[in-house]
Design a protein around this ligand. Structure first.
Ligand code: BGC
Length: 826
């Protein structure tokens, strides 16, 4: 069985100091069993296959069993199953490659070409040398001899050319051949193959969108193009099943593929090491292209072909939204497979076009989507797409509509467009709104602190949309006052009364009774995890442990809670399944399928000893170069929110916890722990926070992870506005918030008596993960004293705040109690 090159890399984790000697209380042994759940593998394969996006097909696909196929490109063997870093670093016992997958699918693969590649790749193994973050974006291609190709064309009638790319954590995709662009060798390969073969299929195995402008140069010589994404251990086999026609392709793009990198509105700003100005504002992805630059799109958002052809008819489109905010817009469509031969699934999408007003609006915003079951030729299905106009309301962060800090619908016709991609969606319904409506009034939070110009919409004399610029509204709220107004009351401390957490679980004591017993030191221990990754308190290879990190806490029944990465599989010393990446999963547009896979993944967590999965990755694909795009879902917040929710629901359905990350605006890897994401409050609320908001509302994650970067000058792990004002007070989130791994030192500018961990706890970022100090020499295996020091200072942290954080951590422990209890019993 092919192995996974991605897991052969030397550095499997962050540099680690030696583990402190704490009693090992985990009953789990190092799991050396490579057996995986076959049902999980089956569903993972189905999801990987449904995530494959067929961008072009002149009839060359499916290959079928009768055609002979010559496969070119070393990636057929050295397949990229996942991206790099914590999100892909799984000890997976097997990974299919495409060559093996095609043979498994019964495709007649040309043996001579295959042997040639097998021999060459065996002699030229991919190199993963280097440290964390230096992984290869591509593998140098096998030099291809024109005679080899010409002779293959006498034996096989179809060529498949495979091109592969990877990026990852601390490893952006770059504007160079071998990353965003083709290499000369890859061009030569395409030239030779398309010169000899009448039928050529291109497979892109990549985590990020890469440049595809070269496709046009080859014109009809390339008959079919599949964007395969990175589908995990079963991914290549899934792609093979799609190529062979065993599984019908039904994936749709969750990002726009533009004609060139420079066309993306983030391009002038992305990658700055210090400051990342989100000047394009809400005009991210298709919201920009459909409004201002339709002609710069090669493949639109939402696009993807099947082997079947579908007729989509709007049967009914109704709403009372003109008179009532709460009224849903309902569009019922009939989807009919008009093909005589092929079965398939189709995804129908509804977009809203909000009218021009005082706020610049994108020409389209996705409001709902639904996917059919597998439809046989001639079969049809009715789908109902439902949403509220309020869900796509605009946020007024300047007061230009007269309603500052409110979500509003401006007067005018709201068009509802329905179709199978953003470009071809057509008008199904118009909802007139007579007067401006405030659909939700909130409080200003996390607004920009440094001036910059942001994009907005204007109209030229002909009425065409043109880019205009305006000053970003700046923060006006007094943070010190806001924080002081929200300080919690202290629960009078009682000292130890013998109440255990089990008593709370059993209903014989309240959580507050339990918390009242905890000393300041115990409270401060709940506010940080065990001091290292790979904590001896959890399953070997864990990312960190929180909760019962001391003897005294464990004696009171607080269990150690084990976290593991996420998202594409469990990162442990034990063998685990490697799942399709986030983009691949979202490209299925099949949330129930992803929920089913996540539930099976939750079962694997139970088996391997993971309580909190550091997943889903929910940052927006703002720019195609972001190294971690493979972990994330889409440029669109609805897609992001729905798939984030599907994963959380699936994982948590078996009793463990998911942990959506990275909250928020972690959209580039370059200098990620120091970079400042400067972004308007409007763009935050409509784009970058929206997916998290949906996920919290629909799936109630028990844990959320902050991001490394700053948001408008404040590191997310200190961001009171983000975590307290928005996440907790506005959205009603009651779970536990943890940091991304370690944090940056800082003193609270409004409360100088609070530094580092005290500053963090005040923001209600409950737990530092792991709990050790980060110094210039890297993470250390000891904790700082900043919480206890601050408690002793005038105007310092209060016991009430520590107790509030403890409540969030203990709430997680109580929610996980059935799972943790089973483990202790075992
Ligand atoms: C990543 C997180 C990950 C954590 C633990 C960090 O570097 O940003 O996504 O969960 O490490 O491995």
């Amino acid at each position: 069985m092919p192995t996974n090159p991605a897991t052969e890399s030397g550095d499997r984790s962050h540099a680690q100091p030696p583990v402190e000697s704490v009693a090992q209380i985990s009953a789990l042994l190092l799991d050396t069993d490579p057996t995986l759940d076959p049902e999980l593998a089956r569903v993972a394969r189905q999801a990987a296959a449904e995530g494959v996006v067929l961008l072009r097909n002149d009839g060359v696909l499916p290959l079928g069993a009768e055609r002979s196929v010559a496969v070119f490109g070393r990636v057929q063997i050295d397949w990229f199953a996942v991206g790099y870093g914590s999100g892909g670093d799984v000890k997976v016992p097997y990974v299919w490659n495409l060559l093996a997958g095609l043979r498994d699918a019964g495709v007649q693969v040309d043996g001579e070409v295959a042997d040639h590649y097998a021999a060459w790749t065996a002699a030229n193994r991919p190199s993963y040398e280097g440290t964390w973050g230096q992984w290869p974006h591509h593998f140098p291609e096998m030099p291809l001899d024109a005679d080899v190709v010409a002779s293959a064309a006498t034996r096989a009638d179809t060529a498949v050319v495979v091109i592969g790319r990877a990026a990852g954590e601390a490893r952006e995709s770059v504007r160079e051949p071998g990353s965003f662009y083709l290499t000369d060798d890859e061009r030569t390969m395409l030239d030779l193959v398309t010169a000899s073969f009448a039928r050529t299929v291109v497979v892109i195995d990549a985590g990020n969108v890469m440049d595809l402008s070269w496709l046009d140069g080859y014109g009809e010589r390339i008959g079919a193009v599949l964007y395969a994404w990175q589908g995990g251990m079963e991914g290549a086999r899934a792609v093979a099943a799609v190529l062979a026609g065993e599984i019908a392709p039904s994936g749709k793009l969750t990002d726009t593929i533009a004609l060139s990198y420079e066309d993306y509105p983030s391009a002038p700003y992305f990658g700055d090491p210090d400051v990342n100005v989100y000047a394009e504002d809400v005009f991210v992805g298709y919201r920009y292209f459909e409004t201002f630059a339709q002609d710069r799109v090669q493949f639109p958002f939402g696009f993807g072909l099947g082997y079947a052809a579908f007729d989509v008819t709007v049967v009914e489109a109704t709403t009372d939204a003109a008179t009532s905010d709460a009224a849903p817009v309902r569009v019922t469509v009939e989807v009919r497979n008009t093909d005589a031969t092929f079965s398939g699934k189709e995804t129908v999408q509804a977009y809203v076009a909000a009218p021009d007003g005082r706020l610049g609006k994108p020409a389209r915003s996705l409001a709902a989507f639904a996917k059919t079951r597998l439809l046989a030729p001639g079969e049809s299905e009715r789908l109902t797409l439902e949403f509220r106009l309020a869900d796509v309301a605009s946020y007024d962060d300047s007061g230009v509509t007269g309603h500052r800090s409110a979500f509003v619908l401006e007067p005018g016709d709201h068009g509802v467009f329905v179709g199978t991609d953003v470009r071809s969606a057509s008008l199904a319904l118009t909802v007139p709104i007579d007067d401006l409506r405030v659909v939700r009034q909130v409080a200003e939070a996390a607004a920009a602190r440094e001036p910059f110009s942001r994009m907005t919409l204007a109209r030229d004399a002909s009425g065409a949309a043109v880019v205009a610029w305006e000053d970003v509204p700046l923060a006006a709220v007094d943070r010190r006052e806001r924080v002081l107004a929200g300080l919690p009351a202290e629960i009078p401390m009682t000292g130890d009364r013998g109440i255990t957490l089990d008593d709370v679980a059993g209903g014989t004591a309240t959580l507050d009774d339990f918390i009242a017993q905890l000393t300041a030191e115990e409270l401060s221990l709940l506010a940080r995890g065990d001091v290292t990754m790979h904590s001896p308190l959890g399953a070997p290879g864990n990312a960190g442990v929180l909760g019962g990190v001391s003897e005294s806490l464990r004696a009171k029944g607080v269990p150690p809670i084990t976290t593991t990465d996420g998202p594409s599989g469990l990162r442990l010393s034990a063998y685990a399944s490697l799942l399709p990446s986030g983009t691949a999963l979202a490209s299925t547009w099949n949330a129930p399928l992803v929920r089913e896979l996540a539930a099976l993944h939750g079962q694997e967590m139970l088996q391997k000893g993971s309580d909190v999965l550091l997943s889903p990755g929910m940052n927006i694909h703002r720019d195609p170069l972001c190294g971690r795009n493979f972990e994330y879902f889409s440029e669109d917040p609805l897609v992001t929110g729905r798939f984030g929710a599907a994963i959380v629901q699936g994982v948590q359905s078996v009793g463990v916890s998911a942990c959506p990350k990275h909250f928020a605006a972690n959209n580039q890897e370059t200098n990620r722990t120091r970079n400042d994401s400067r972004v308007s409050e409007r763009a935050l609320r409509e784009i970058y926070l929206r997916g998290f908001e949906l996920c919290v509302a629909e799936a109630e994650p028990r844990t959320i992870m902050t991001s490394y970067n700053k948001v408008n000058g404040v590191w997310s792990h200190y961001h009171h506005d983000l975590v307290t004002t928005i996440l907790r007070d506005e959205w009603g989130y009651t779970g536990c918030v943890i940091t991304d791994w370690w944090m940056e030192d800082a003193v609270d500018p409004d409360f100088p008596a609070l530094e580092d961990n005290a500053y963090r706890v005040r923001a209600q970022v409950d737990v530092l993960m792991p709990g050790g100090v980060k110094t210039a020499d890297g993470p250390q295996a000891y904790a700082d004293e900043t919480i206890l020091q601050s408690l002793a200072r005038p105007d310092g942290l209060t016991i009430g705040e520590l107790q509030r954080g403890a409540r969030n951590v203990l709430g997680l422990a109580l929610a996980l109690a059935p799972v943790l209890g089973r483990r202790t019993d075992a």
